[in-house]
Design a protein around this ligand. Structure first.
Ligand code: OFO
Length: 171
């Protein structure tokens, strides 16, 4: 059984993962509308991943005897300035998620909830991967700048970049 404190924080994390999914869905839709079909596919896939992250927490809370709360979500932006702006926002957002996971891990140790601590290690590994990927993409975009040919090639190639979980990678 999880404590009320951990249950509340896990529900907050669940909400943040759901917001991430909505946020990336809005980015994907914008990219698709602008003709960046590769970037759109990448972001649609990322949005699906975030939904899976949300579901994993939802199921965990219930499994541990708590009550998961399907959250109300805020409306994400519909307009973005550029691909750079999107991936800049995405990186900042992932850094926020990492901080939140770290806070949760810290609280688990304080309350000696080693089971949830263990559950959260998957998220700790995932965040390393997600931040690294966002930085790599942003570095590429910053090199390309406003060069149309470069952006065309970026959009063609980004589709093949997979958002992989560090936890699933062979050691
Ligand atoms: Fe769920 O990792 Fe991104 O937000």
């Amino acid at each position: 059984m999880i404590s009320a404190d951990i249950e509340k924080q896990l529900n907050e994390q669940l909400r943040m993962e759901a917001e991430s999914s909505q946020y990336y869905l809005a980015m994907a839709s914008w990219a698709e509308g602008k003709g960046y079909s590769g970037t759109a596919e990448f972001l649609y896939m990322h949005s699906e991943e975030e939904r899976a992250h949300m579901m994993k927490i939802l199921r965990y809370i219930n499994e541990r005897g708590g009550t998961s709360i399907v959250p109300e979500l805020s409306k994400p932006a519909t307009e973005f300035d550029s691909l750079q702006a999107i991936f800049d926002d995405l990186l900042k957002h992932e850094e926020l998620i990492t901080n939140s996971i770290n806070e949760l891990v810290f609280r688990c140790l304080e309350l000696r909830d080693y089971t949830t601590h263990n559950f959260l290690q998957w998220y700790v590994a995932e965040q390393i991967e997600e931040e690294a990927l966002a930085r790599t993409i942003l570095d590429k975009l910053n090199l390309i700048g406003n060069d149309k040919g470069g952006l065309y090639l970026f959009d063609r190639d980004v589709e093949s970049i997979k958002v992989q979980s560090a936890a699933n990678k062979p050691v």
